[in-house]
Ligand binder design. Structure first.
Ligand SMILES: [Zn+2]
Length: 378
């Protein structure tokens, strides 16, 4: 801005009205949102073009219009460059200034007027940018400020960043779930992109956990995301016990069994979904709160060939989006204490015929994982 004021004064003093065009040009660039070194570069390049024109053809009509010697133009360029440089230097110093302690008596930090940097979820108070971001949640009667604050405090482990994990990660990040851990030992491949919409073509070959983390932070810088490029096994009991909620989007029975057992042991609710071809299901395993665990309903691995994985049986692209979004919805309800989560109920969605079914499911007293008095029914 000082540069523009300086140029205006110069035009009036020198009566070089063509400088007005230069001024309008700079104003137009600023209006277009050009700033910083790009603005300086554009200003200098155009100035050099004018200078070159005058130097190459000193007797031309153009040079007469400019009406100034190359030396004069160079001096003006230097003055403008100095002004731009000083402005950039002040901005740089401002950005790197050491923040003053909060209780510095009578001092207001210079950076107070600067745009606040995104705060990690661990910061206590919600920033204005967050209030704006979550406005549609905060007006919901069942969520409101307290529900959004609960989401912000929550720790959630998403196991698997595949078809189901992708929409889960996207919606949890967008919803402002404060601390998300995503675990997956796989890498992105081109055949994933038909349904795992968290990834981009450029992510081909990248570890899924890291690519998902980058996508989540790009969507919402106010959250913390930890990427684990490995499988979750029975060894991860301590990690699972730290969570408020675990979301299982894996497609292997053995992995599901291990996650279920660790969640039952830690008393952590487990949101689970599964998909194949055109059909999916979603439920909340939570024996501590009266719902069955996975082993109550599926005590044994299915016979080989009865439950083929997506790679053999195929899966329609939007289906994981539907089921994964339902899983994210269940997660938000459980964390915020809203509505009735799918505890003791399994929702089955048939995409080919557009039908839903809701099945009641119950705990088994003789369940090898949660039975024999692990928890009181309640
Ligand atoms: Zn059980």
């Amino acid at each position: 801005m000082p540069v523009l004021i300086f140029l205006t004064i110069m035009i009036v003093v020198t009566q070089l009205w063509w400088l007005l065009l230069y001024l309008i040009f700079l104003g137009w660039l600023i209006w277009l949102g050009v700033s910083g070194w790009r603005l300086v570069l554009a200003a200098v390049l155009v100035w050099l073009a004018v200078l070159g024109g005058v130097a190459l053809a000193p007797d031309s009509a153009f040079a007469r219009l400019i009406g100034w010697s190359p030396q004069g133009l160079v001096s003006v360029l230097l003055v403008i460059a100095l002004l731009f440089g000083a402005e950039a230097l002040v901005a740089a110093l401002h950005a790197h200034a050491m923040p003053l302690p909060d209780r510095a008596p009578g001092l207001v930090p210079l950076s107070a007027a600067a745009k606040p940097a995104p705060q990690p979820a661990s910061a206590q108070v919600m920033q204005p940018a967050e209030l704006d971001r979550y406005a549609r949640h905060i007006v919901l009667r069942e969520l409101g400020g307290p529900g959004q604050a609960a989401l912000r405090r929550a720790r959630v482990l998403v196991v698997g960043a595949g078809g189901l994990g992708a929409p889960v990660c996207q919606y949890l990040a967008a919803a402002g779930v404060g601390r998300i851990t995503v675990a997956d030992d796989d890498r992105v491949s081109l055949s994933n992109l038909q349904r795992q919409v968290i990834f981009r073509s450029k992510d081909d070959g990248q570890p899924k956990a890291q690519a998902a983390r980058a996508a989540m932070l790009a969507l919402n810088p106010h959250i913390e995301v930890t990427a684990l490029a490995r499988r979750i096994t029975a060894e991860d009991a301590a990690l699972i016990a730290e969570q408020d909620l675990v979301i299982d989007g894996t497609d292997s029975f053995t992995a599901r069994q291990a996650i279920n057992a660790a969640c039952v042991a830690a008393g952590v609710p487990l949101v689970a979904g599964a998909i194949a071809q055109w059909e999916g299901q979603v439920t909340v395993w939570d024996p501590k709160r009266g719902a069955p665990c996975m082993s109550c309903i599926f005590p044994q691995a299915p016979a080989p060939g009865l439950a083929p994985a997506c790679v053999e049986a195929g899966v329609v692209g939007p289906l994981p989006g539907v089921i994964g979004s339902m899983m994210a919805l269940e997660a938000i309800k459980i964390i915020a204490g809203a509505g009735e989560p799918l505890r003791g109920r399994m929702l089955i969605f048939d995409g080919l015929y557009g039908e839903n079914r809701l099945m009641k499911i119950a705990r088994r007293g003789d369940c090898p994982v949660c039975g024999s008095g692990h928890f009181a029914q309640g």
